[in-house]
Design a protein around this ligand. Structure first.
Ligand code: SAH
Length: 672
């Protein structure tokens, strides 16, 4: 069987359907899965085990047989915990076939073959009865179906169905309940991920301010959750406006309703400010009395001793539809609305009960301005980055203007508007300013002289930024576009950026290494089958790939100097042949070499650059500061080498990197 996978082609900037064999999707899913991260989450595992033991004991104390339903069993971990705790029988349901197969294997290997039945189905397809998947309804319901937003992976409909059809009334549930917490904050940094701030341009004929249209100003944005490692957000980047309050909770031992609903809480602002953001996280109580609690609370809420790093559960940032001033001590009410899979928020000033009831049905936010569909949160942040904009302005000011005809190739870029403010005569492709800036709806290779009114382009600009780019070098599509429009350029065309460079550094991650590190055993259970499966998927086609990560969220320290590995000259066309480089990097710091980080820098002029990666190494320990609006590429080494002292540094890491100009992809290989 063949499957078609949508993938952006970095040489055309377009989404293409690529025919892959049936294993491709499966290997991608396994290789990039969060199973390993969950199994490394000691805090989660220990608490599940405690909760499961307690639930089994309660059922046994009642003199009943303990029949467990584990929905979304993954590796079979929670079922094995239940069986070890004395459960009489476990039904382990897993919809994802490769994982269900792995669970069968792991369960066998750990000697639970007679106690655990793996059912490869979605829980809503599971049947109960003498000929069914389950002989009878279960009296213990164990699941781990939560995402950062709690309900985004469909926990509510799954529970609703399970209570109706798969478990007994009065069953024990592990976890017993989940509680969602919120805190109101003001944060210029986070607000800049949602609204476009005015851009100031110092032109020869005075200062000009580019403001966003009012549709954009008043747009409620998109409902998709913004989940981040909030623990990496320094407290100086936001102002707390309210205490932490409970927004809502769900009791999993009782019938659950998944239908849309809303919740309201009263907040008394602890200081005056602009309410912009609702920060939110949840905790789960594994037992009814709340003694076994697993929380996602950020650092300023909980003590650091309880800290467990995890990537499968983070924290949520919700943007209020508009910023609203709040006054210390003057109560406001916060409304949370949810459907089956997502949550959104609205602030309401104190008013009559009736009025509030009427206002309680708030529609899910729908972007009206298009910008929230075109730009994701980091892109908003990037466009609001005044330093970055400053670099473009500086570079554009140097471009000869009098008779210039500029062509911009970038997605949703403000460059045309900037250049126009700085006096470019005519500009193609952008928004508004219709008479001065013309949007050409065509692909670069299809550009015709008539699009340009038979003029030649004297200035070609790009940020470059393209929404389809996943890895840093995918924005090299600018180079391909530049090549495609060559015949429309004047002989002395200014290309801005004139070049780009790819940089690399070896790092030790504080935590991110866990997501790709083998587990071996988890709470005493042998889960090596999963390790092997992940390794096999990573080696699929024998080519390990770099993966994109926003490293501002994942602290690391540098073990080598940063090194330039490639330079791409945009003044020339893309060469026919591939570019290859080999070399070595000296490890100069002690630590664990987890992998290499790669990023791009764009050179707008000889002395003006925009860096999308390493901003600085902030101290002698080597802690790195990364561009907060971009993802960098991480290549995890297949084995980690550790140098505990400076005298046993491992020497050099050698690398071979190849930029395939036909595909636009970069392949790499390292030897430690
Ligand atoms: N229980 C494991 C794995 C949790 S990950 C552990 O705690 O380590 C959640 C798993 O649930 C995924 O493998 C996903 O495929 C599966 N899943 C989610 N919803 C499901 C449903 N309704 N029925 C069956 N499997 C489901």
């Amino acid at each position: 069987m063949k499957t078609f996978c949508g993938r952006a082609n970095p040489t055309t900037g377009a989404m293409e359907w690529i025919e892959e064999d049936e294993n491709y999707d499966y290997h991608q899913e396994i290789a990039r899965s969060r199973y390993a991260d969950m199994l490394h989450d000691k805090d989660r595992n220990v608490k599940y085990y405690q909760g499961i033991r307690a639930a089994v004991s309660r059922v046994k104390e009642r003199g009943e047989k303990a029949i467990v339903l584990d929905i979304g069993t993954g590796t079979g971990l929670l079922s094995m915990m239940a069986a070890s705790a004395g459960a009489d029988f476990c039904y382990a349901v897993e919809v994802f076939k490769p994982m269900a197969n792995a669970a069968v294997n792991i369960v066998e290997k750990n000697g639970f073959g007679d106690k655990i039945k793996v059912i490869n189905k979605h829980s809503t397809e599971v049947t109960v009865g003498p000929d069914g998947d389950m002989q009878c309804r279960a009296n213990i319901l164990v699941t781990e179906l939560f995402d950062t937003e709690l309900i985004g992976e469909g926990a509510l409909p799954t529970y609703e169905h399970a209570h109706k059809y798969l478990v007994q009334e009065g069953c024990e549930a592990v976890p017993h309940r989940a509680t969602v917490y919120v805190q109101l904050v003001e944060s210029k940094r986070m607000w800049s991920w949602n609204k476009l701030f005015p851009v100031r341009v110092e032109a020869q004929d005075g200062e000009k301010v580019i403001v966003s249209p009012s549709e954009m100003e008043n747009c409620p944005g998109v409902p998709s959750v913004c989940d981040i490692q909030l623990n990496q957000m320094p407290s100086s980047d936001f102002t707390i406006l309210s205490d932490v309050v409970t927004m809502f909770s769900v009791d999993f031992s009782k019938p659950v309703r998944s239908a849309s609903t809303s919740y309201r809480v009263q907040l008394e602002p602890v200081r005056s400010g602009k309410a912009q953001i609702v920060l939110s996280w949840w905790d789960i109580d594994m037992d009814p009395c709340g003694m076994i609690n697993c929380t996602m609370a950020p650092y300023w809420v909980k003590s650091t001793s309880a800290f467990q790093w995890r990537d499968h559960w983070m924290q949520c940032v919700y943007f209020l539809p508009n910023e609203e001033p709040v006054v210390q001590g003057e109560k406001v009410s916060l409304l949370a609305c949810r459907d089956e899979y997502s949550v959104w928020y609205k602030l309401q000033k104190a008013r009559g009960e009736e009025e509030n009831k009427a206002a309680a049905r708030v529609e899910s936010p729908v972007c009206r301005c298009q910008a929230h569909l075109l730009w994701n949160r980091p892109r908003f942040g990037q466009l609001n980055d005044q330093n970055r904009t400053g670099q473009y302005i500086k570079a554009l000011m140097r471009v000869p203007k009098s008779e210039s005809v500029c062509l911009c190739v970038s997605d949703g870029s403000l460059l045309p508007v900037l250049a126009h403010c700085l006096g470019a005569k005519q500009f193609f492709k952008a928004n508004h300013l219709e008479d001065k800036i013309k949007i050409i709806e065509t692909r670069p290779e299809l550009l015709m002289s008539s699009h340009l009114e038979d003029k030649k382009v004297s200035v070609l600009v790009g940020e470059p930024f393209f929404t389809t780019s996943l890895l840093p070098w995918h924005n090299l599509y600018f180079w391909y576009a530049r090549t495609a429009v060559s015949s429309h350029l004047t002989s002395n065309v200014t290309v801005l950026p004139q070049s780009a460079s790819l940089h690399m550094m070896i790092v030790e991650f504080q935590d991110l290494w866990r997501i790709r590190s083998p587990c071996g055993t988890c709470e005493g259970f042998d889960v090596q089958t999963l390790d092997d499966m992940i390794q096999n998927s990573l080696n699929f086609r024998e080519s390990k790939e770099a993966e994109p990560h926003p490293l501002w969220e994942y602290p690391c320290k540098s073990l080598s100097d940063p090194q330039e590995v490639f330079r791409f000259d945009f003044r020339e066309t893309v060469p026919e042949h591939s570019l290859s480089t080999e070399g070595s990097i000296k490890i100069s710091q002690k630590g664990k070499s987890h992998g290499a980080v790669l990023w791009m820098e764009y050179h707008l002029a000889a002395d003006i650059s925009v860096n999308t990666g390493l901003m600085q190494i902030s101290n002698e320990k080597g802690n790195c500061e990364w561009n907060p609006h971009c993802k960098q590429a991480v290549y995890f080494f297949s084995s980690v080498i550790e140098a505990e002292t400076l005298s046993d540094l491992p020497g050099d890491v050698t690398y071979a990197i190849n930029f395939n100009t036909k595909t636009g992809e970069i392949a790499m290989d390292f030897k430690l």
